[in-house]
Design a protein around this ligand. Structure first.
Ligand SMILES: C[S@@+](CC[C@H](N)C(=O)[O-])C[C@H]1O[C@@H](n2cnc3c(N)ncnc32)[C@H](O)[C@@H]1O
Length: 599
């Protein structure tokens, strides 16, 4: 199809996006009991027997085999009926594992046909990176961040040029990697807003140093490209200086917001941690494997959670949403805003490279004009905006005429607020999920465990990282002991990091019971070991159960992304909206951007 230069690529029509969402929701609706199930309770509640008809070994075998088409159907000819027999109509159990795995692929974004290729979008947006100074991001940040910032900033710059705007609002800007790059590399005027004052201060400092080095770097690069290369090999002074800063900051402040700096400069998986809640039965309970609760206290880290962090994307642990008390922020915000507006006035001059980090907690109701005095036509961006921040970014975009475009990559789906999760809390708040009318009408609820599994980095599991079966097995058997012997089914106490400190199952159980404040003095070793013997041959059940959940995980992420896309399609002031895969998922697993441009 011929398109005039400057026209955007075809976008999924509202009807197409809605149809894709309906089909996926229909499949996931049947699979949800599996997603919501809690591996700690696999034995205690007989989950396998309740949810899966096939034996565990058959499931493992089916899921380890490379996928092939179902007999009689070529991939292109699959339709929703092909997958109608994955679950039994009556028992609701999973009966066809091979079809189940094919279905998970069939309902992936690429197969649903609602994704716009990045190259197509970049080409259509045109432009030739005029403002660009050709600096490489990997000299200023770690590989993951560098990849993200490089790709996203090029796209944001092109969208800004296409819309004829120079102002960018970077929400959840963190330490300002994207913001400072957009301002320095592309001469955009960027306001970075983050709820953490520590991040804002860090961003100020980082930007100040970056600017200094950037200028020196630019003149050096112009004068001698060779010296730049050798400097890079020796680790640039910029990175060294920023690393030093990060270390100092860490010693001063141990908040999870601080540790983000540690991760991003040292490429570590972070210390914003997930903990398990020992025996809670409610929907708030976390699963050991698909762990849920974001904690900033490392001592609360569970062993199983630690093991799982390796297969979670780093973003899943870069949580720092710290719901700040708005009262606490007010004074600081005022000072920040004053400063920003003074700077903004001064910037009416021709100075480029403008980046203003600000502290504010963004909600759907946030008036950007209250934060940014010189708000003008702008693009709103967010790189790994956790939980509701991604949803609220879209809501602000649709509501405010000055915001001409949005480019938002979400993360930390487990932090999303869900309207239909706890019916009793169902007031008139604005919720992170669902956003679109169809899922609202259906009262759709994923549940925390399902959202947690949407945070998994499936690509890392696909390249061989193992799930932490041993520690999960101990924990699942412990759960049986807790329930059968102590009659405890609900507790807010955490088992925590016991597995790696234990010399044996016996030791693990005793240490865990102590941590849970359950008296183990009358519990003989033989009794504990009887439990171990009773369940040890069922370890494969746990492994197979986790594999099923892992296979399903991307579908849940797709549901959340399609919900956001459909919400945008429901608005009448939007000219173009789509989902675009921005990043290499192995480098950066939360790789999809929701993008929209106003009419
Ligand atoms: C995963 S980090 C991403 C940081 C940054 N965009 C990056 O890519 O390095 C998410 C950031 O969003 C901030 N944040 C979370 N909820 C927020 C909110 N409601 N308003 C403002 N900032 C928020 C956190 O403080 C955190 O710095």
């Amino acid at each position: 199809m011929w398109r005039s230069p400057g026209s955007l690529p075809p976008q999924p029509a509202a009807g197409e996006a809605a149809a894709a969402l309906r089909r996926l929701a229909a499949f996931l609706g049947r699979a949800l009991p599996l997603c919501r199930a809690h591996a700690t309770q696999l034995y205690a509640r007989g989950l396998w027997q309740r949810l899966v008809a096939a034996p565990p070994d058959a499931v493992l075998q089916a899921l380890r085999r490379p996928l092939r088409e179902p007999s009689g159907a070529a991939g292109g000819e699959w339709d929703d009926d092909t997958f109608s027999n994955v679950f039994c109509e009556n028992s609701k159990k999973l009966i066809n594992v091979h079809l189940f795995a094919l279905a998970a692929e069939y309902y992936s974004l690429s197969h649903l046909g609602v994704c716009t290729p990045l190259e197509e979008l970049l080409k259509a947006l045109g432009g030739d990176n005029q403002g660009s100074t050709g600096i490489k991001t990997d000299e200023f940040m770690n590989n993951k961040k560098s990849h993200e910032v490089q790709v996203m900033s090029e796209l944001v710059d092109k969208i800004a040029n296409y819309c004829g705007i120079k102002q960018v609002i970077d929400v959840g800007s963190g330490k300002g990697y994207l913001s400072s790059f957009l301002s320095m590399q592309y001469n955009l005027k960027v306001y970075g807003i983050d709820s953490s004052n520590t991040n804002t201060n860090g961003a100020h400092e980082r930007n100040r140093k970056l600017k200094k080095h950037w200028r020196a770097y630019q003149s050096r690069a112009r004068a001698n490209p060779e010296s730049r290369r050798s400097e890079k090999a020796n680790d640039s002074p910029v990175q060294n200086e920023i690393k030093c800063k990060a270390v100092n900051e860490r010693t001063l402040n141990n908040s999870c917001l601080q540790s983000q700096d540690q991760r991003t400069t040292q490429d570590l998986v972070g210390s914003c941690v997930f903990t398990e809640i020992a025996t809670s039965e409610t929907s708030k309970q976390t699963e050991i494997d698909l762990v849920a609760q974001a904690q900033c206290n490392e001592s609360e880290l569970s062993e199983e959670a630690l093991a799982f962090l390796d297969v979670l994307p780093a973003d899943a642990v870069e949580i720092s949403s710290s719901r700040c008390n708005s009262g606490e922020l007010r004074e600081e915000e005022k000072a920040q805003r004053k400063m920003a507006s003074i700077k903004a006035k001064a910037s009416k001059s021709s100075e480029s490279n403008l980046y203003f980090p600000l502290t504010s907690y963004i909600t759907a109701e946030t008036e950007l004009r209250d934060i940014i005095a010189d708000l003008e036509n702008c693009i709103m961006v967010g790189l790994h905006t956790c939980g509701d921040l991604a949803a609220n970014t879209l809501r602000i975009f649709t509501a405010k005429p000055e915001i001409k475009a949005v480019c938002s990559v979400g993360c930390c789906y487990h932090l999303l607020s869900e309207q239909y999760e706890n019916q009793e809390d169902c007031t008139e708040e604005v919720w992170g999920f669902p956003m679109c009318q169809y899922l609202k009408d259906k009262g759709w609820c994923c549940g925390r465990n399902a959202r947690m599994s949407a945070c998994l980095a499936l690509e890392r599991i696909a390249v061989g990282q193992m799930l932490p079966t041993d520690s999960l097995f101990y924990r699942a058997v412990l759960q049986v002991i807790i329930e059968e012997i102590y009659g405890v089914t609900k507790s807010e106490r955490h088992v925590g990091k016991i597995f790696s400190k234990s010399s044996s199952f016996l030791d693990y159980v005793r240490k865990s019971l102590k941590k849970l404040e359950l008296d183990d003095s009358k519990l003989p070793d033989s009794c504990i070991m009887d439990y171990y013997e009773k369940y040890k041959h069922r370890m494969n059940e746990l492994e197979a159960f986790n594999m099923l959940k892992v296979v399903l995980a991307p579908c849940i992420e797709v549901l959340i992304l399609l919900d956001r896309l459909c919400y945008l399609k429901e608005q009448d002031n939007i000219a173009w909206s789509g989902l675009v895969k921005l990043f290499d998922p192995v480098k950066s697993p939360r790789c999809y951007a929701v993008i929209a441009l106003k009419k």
